[in-house]
Ligand binder design. Structure first.
Ligand SMILES: Cc1cc2nc3c(=O)[nH]c(=O)nc-3n(C[C@H](O)[C@H](O)[C@H](O)COP(=O)(O)OP(=O)(O)OC[C@H]3O[C@@H](n4cnc5c(N)ncnc54)[C@H](O)[C@@H]3O)c2cc1C
Length: 433
């Protein structure tokens, strides 16, 4: 039966560490190779001026069940690790929606009907749209762009700008004219349609390396596995009954390999393998979208009206008050998702725009002691309609692909990454084949 499973995992981001933790919990030996000095990949802690930041402010949803389950598996505590906000969207001075404590999806309908900043007709249109989507079980016959969907369902410009566009950019990191309506509906289905708590917004109180990947590494090592940092894989060599992974220092042999590197690196590693030609072409066809985060350290008494608040038609799409979230008083984060004209500005100019917006919108006249702009130019794949994403199972037996960009219902998210890692773990297990 070949019970000597020995799995090599390339990449210690959320996908790779999900696979590592799951396999470890099933008693299977894993070895993780991570090229960076720390784990987490596109969701990692960054230390700046003695202040713990992340490479970008992230948000989890209550419906990210597998991510939350694995955080607990490796020793986290959801209540302690997160500030949990019931669904609320606030575009400062323009629009606000807050879900009452009612069962789903009633909580959303009531929230839409009571939303401030929309006319009665707009609120009816938004609620009617949600009811129709529910009637369709959030399933389109044919995928299209979010913009096309909004037009088809009579969501006029103001309603789109205040509600659906910010939601689409936050969920898919893709502008409405390019974004897949079906993938947005998948997220709405899971977040809004089952339990009220699924739509909760969870803001971590600790950094993203500490939240899961580092705990997962400790868990793996406690159970006899290995996690190598600063140890990038340079090639994958299929052998008679397994694989060799080559790093700068040595060569390791495995029965299975899970490639959980970001798409550009995965394509580079797979290109020399002719059987993987189709996967490489699929990866090459994915476009990427950026996310910029501007962190500003103000005096400790500076705070925002809510832990998380949106701005309408400004550079800063969402602002986070790290004082209210993680007791980092005076630290604010402005998030700018997806492509846009902000990419043409220098970091200094962009930070000044954010400082001016904070002054105009909230009367914050103090200057920040420092700012730090983190530009993730390849933050996520562009989530367009009918994407042909690479499958976890590949043309080479026992070589599996994990990562937020691989096949799945979700856009590039932590939960998408984790689900792909879990699928690869399941595919390594003999009884599941
Ligand atoms: C700024 C920003 C904000 C985001 N906000 C959210 C959010 O609010 N909510 C949400 O759900 N998602 C969000 N995302 C998306 C989320 O972070 C990603 O979908 C997820 O982290 C991807 O995980 P992954 O494991 O698939 O890939 P990655 O995180 O890219 O992991 C791949 C790992 O492989 C390593 N690696 C690279 N080359 C090699 C090599 N040769 N050998 C070994 N290792 C290698 C990398 O260093 C990395 O650690 C955001 C992303 C960014 C960038």
């Amino acid at each position: 039966m070949g019970h000597e499973l020995n799995v090599g995992i390339i990449g210690g981001g959320y996908a790779g560490m999900a696979a590592a933790a799951e396999l470890t919990s099933r008693g299977i030996k894993v070895t993780v190779f991570e090229s960076a000095k720390q784990l987490g990949g596109r969701a990692r802690g960054v230390l700046h001026n003695d202040t713990q930041l992340d490479n970008g402010q992230h948000l989890l949803l209550g419906c990210y069940r597998e991510t939350l389950r694995l955080i607990e598996l490796v020793g986290g505590d959801i209540e302690k690790d997160f500030l949990c906000l019931p669904l609320q969207l606030d575009l400062h001075g323009q629009f606000s929606l807050k879900a009452p404590r009612l069962p789903a999806p009633l909580h959303l309908l009531v929230a839409l009907l009571n939303a401030q900043g929309l006319t009665w007709a707009e609120r009816m249109k938004a609620a009617g749209f949600m009811l129709k989507l529910q009637g369709m079980k959030f399933q389109l016959e044919q995928d299209k762009t979010v913009k096309e969907l909004l037009v088809e369902f009579g969501q006029d410009a103001d309603l789109s700008l205040k509600l659906w566009e910010p939601l689409c950019i936050a969920a898919l990191n893709t502008p409405v004219h390019k974004a897949s309506a079906q993938v947005l509906l998948n997220v709405l289905r899971d977040a809004l349609n089952r339990k009220r708590a699924d739509s909760d917004m969870l803001l971590p109180r600790i950094d993203f390396t500490a939240l899961f990947p580092q705990r997962a590494a400790d868990y793996v090592e406690r159970h006899g596995g290995n996690v190598h940092l600063s140890c990038g894989v340079e090639s994958i060599d299929p052998k008679q009954d397994g694989f060799e992974l080559v790093t700068a220092e040595s060569t390791h042999t495995f029965s299975h390999v899970i490639c959980a590197a970001p798409p550009s690196v995965a394509a580079k590693l797979l290109r020399p393998l002719p059987e993987m030609n189709k996967t490489v072409l699929q990866i090459d066809a994915l476009e990427q979208q950026p996310i910029y985060t501007v962190y500003l350290q103000y005096p400790a008494n500076v705070r925002l009206p809510h832990p998380m608040i949106g701005l309408h038609q400004r550079f800063s799409q969402w602002l986070f008050d790290k004082g209210q979230i993680a007791a980092q008083h005076g630290l604010l984060a402005a998030v700018i998702s997806a492509e846009g004209i902000h990419q043409e500005l220098s970091q200094e100019v962009l930070a000044e725009k954010v400082i001016a917006e904070l002054r105009d919108e909230f009367g914050i006249v103090a200057r920040p002691d420092w700012f730090k702009v983190i530009a993730e130019k390849r933050a996520t794949f562009c989530c367009s309609p009918n994407l042909n994403r690479p499958t976890q199972l590949t043309a080479i037996p026992n070589l599996l692909m994990a990562g937020d960009y691989t096949e799945g219902d979700y856009p590039a998210t932590l939960e998408g990454a984790v689900l792909s890692g879990l699928r690869c773990a399941a595919l390594c297990l003999p009884e599941r084949k």
